[in-house]
Design a protein around this ligand. Structure first.
Ligand code: FER
Length: 256
């Protein structure tokens, strides 16, 4: 049973060390332009060390700033580091809508915009990861990489992560959206997935209209013997759920 995060987990605390969050640009061959992301480096960050990497993705109404502005990610992670509950990691907050105009404006359900969430797979694998590996002191093994996200980003994390277990050993989906592939395509080889995954996290609020997506994924994983965390929590398709997920999921990452 996973308890709801303790009161204050997302409240600014005085007198603790802080990580830094900054806007960084990278060039994307896939999209053909510079793209923005936010990068959170942990308290005590030093280029003399090497870090694990978590790619944390936003939803259909969001962009690279969503976890910063609505998820209070900096405060949540600073507090967890202060309590000694996180392994050192760099958190990358990319823009998962891989198209030249990647703002969440106009009709966010426009098919071209939804398609851009698929195109992101190439942007991530061919542009963003190489950028991170050339510019930041990061480990490069699959055991040092995680991909997770909320809603559309949760679908992306499952679609991309489970299809590239050679790159990601830690995969998390918070309230994954209808872009999530059907389970038979997500995990065509359950035994291989079970062997390669260090963590597969799936969570959803019990009031979420999209919960059938998580239910069907959870059922398939259970029936096919793929170990995973299944966390059904109280709440809807909303930030209290996703912040609670971040609080729990991040603490499980990169444990040896
Ligand atoms: C849909 C319903 C919701 C859909 C996407 C979403 C692509 C995404 C929601 C979110 O990211 O919050 O039918 O289709």
């Amino acid at each position: 049973m996973i308890e709801t995060a303790p009161t204050g987990f997302d409240q600014y605390r005085e007198h603790i060390s802080r990580g830094q969050i900054e806007l960084v640009e990278y060039y994307s061959e896939t999209v053909g332009c510079d793209r923005n992301m936010f990068i959170y480096t942990p308290p005590g960050y030093s280029e003399q060390h090497k870090y694990n990497v978590l790619f944390l993705l936003h939803g259909i109404g969001g962009d690279e700033a969503e976890w910063k502005n609505h998820g209070n990610i900096q405060v949540v992670l600073d507090n967890l580091y202060a309590d000694g509950k996180l392994e050192p990691m760099i958190v990358v907050l990319p823009n998962g809508r891989a198209m030249p105009n990647d703002r969440a404006e106009g009709d966010i359900f426009d098919p071209d915009k939804v398609k851009a969430f698929e195109t992101f797979e190439s942007d991530l694998l061919h542009d963003l990861i190489p950028f991170m590996e050339s510019k930041y002191p990061v480990f490069t093994g699959r055991e040092n990489y995680s991909i997770a996200g909320l809603s559309m980003g949760g679908g992306q994390a499952l679609n991309i992560g489970l299809n590239h277990l050679d790159r990601f050993a830690w995969v998390g989906a918070f309230s994954p959206a209808p872009n999530t592939k059907v389970p038979e395509l997500l995990v065509p080889n359950p035994e291989e997935a079970a062997n390669l995954l260090r963590l597969l996290w799936l969570s959803c609020g019990d009031q979420d209209d999209l919960k059938h997506i998580s239910d069907r994924t959870h059922s398939y994983l259970s029936e096919h013997g793929v170990p995973h965390v299944w966390y059904e929590e109280s709440g809807g398709h909303d930030w209290p759920v996703w912040k609670n997920d971040l609080y729990h999921f991040s603490q499980l990452l990169f444990r040896v």
